[in-house]
Design a protein around this ligand. Structure first.
Ligand code: APR
Length: 240
């Protein structure tokens, strides 16, 4: 913790990569921990794919709502992990957050620079006319249709599905290359291409690399500092 505090206080520009682990203390299950969403039924990953959406859009929505029910219920709040990142920004540090999460909690915490690599659950667009619809509208129907009477196409969630391109990837590389600290919080670093990022920056002498995760990851050895623990508790200790 002492080393973490020193690395954070010395840093001016901090790039942060977060995963589902930063949101579990807000009540949202992650994917690969013991009670994770994929642990229950790996085939679910096949359903959350662009291919399945295009083949079976109605079934896709039934599965999607079932799997992401808590996120779709939209009744969760940022925890001390999200709030710490906002505090660092408020204290004058240049904090850029690249999140794999689709839960919108970094925005809700008030962070200014948030890049959603995997999109967001809060919106769904019409594949035909592009019209954006908010979560409240999406929740009104089992299979949400475009609200434009002349269109009525089945909406696609604004979430990056398996088979889609990840977003903001160049911005993330640019941001890390001009940062003096790279903070990775709550991710198993299993999913490509995100898992590649720490490897690409491991030899940058001017960049401190920190991993905060409840469980060991395959990439632990790549980091200058690894803390195995809950991000909420660590954030609280740091805030004090
Ligand atoms: N504090 C710190 N780490 C935590 C906490 C916590 N409170 N709770 C869970 N973790 C850790 C878990 O130990 C796990 O290693 O967070 C990690 C979450 O890993 P995953 O469940 O794999 O989630 P993530 O890395 O975000 O998955 C990336 O995979 O399925 C896709 O699109 C999905 O965005 C997701 C991507």
């Amino acid at each position: 913790m002492r080393k973490l505090k020193a690395m954070i206080s010395e840093a001016k520009t901090i790039s942060v990569l977060t995963g589902a682990g930063i949101s579990t203390e807000s009540g949202i299950p992650d994917f690969r921990s013991t009670k994770g969403l994929w642990r229950e039924d790996v085939s679910r990953m096949d359903v959350i794919s662009r291919d399945y959406f295009e083949r079976e859009p109605e079934l896709f929505w039934k599965y999607f709502k079932d799997i992401f029910q808590i996120k779709l219920s939209h009744s969760y709040e940022p925890n001390s992990g999200h709030l710490l990142l906002k505090e660092l920004e408020r204290s004058g540090k240049d904090v850029r957050i690249f999140t794999q999460n689709v839960d919108g909690l970094h925005h809700k915490a008030g962070s200014g620079k948030v890049y959603e690599l995997h999109g967001s659950i809060l919106f769904a667009a019409c594949p035909e006319c592009g019209k954006e619809h908010h979560l409240d509208y999406i929740n009104e129907q089992i299979v949400p249709l475009c609200s434009d009477e002349a269109c009525q196409q089945i909406l696609k969630p604004d979430v990056v599905l398996f088979g889609d391109m990840v977003r903001c990837f160049e911005e993330m590389y640019e941001s890390i290359s001009e940062s003096d600290l790279f903070l990775v919080i709550g991710t198993s670093l299993e999913v490509f291409p995100v898992r590649q990022v720490p490897l690409d920056f491991r030899h940058k002498a001017t960049l401190g690399m920190v991993l905060i995760n409840a469980e060991p990851t395959r990439l632990d050895p790549v980091f200058d500092l690894v803390i195995h623990g809950k991000s909420g508790a660590i954030a609280k200790a740091l805030a004090e």
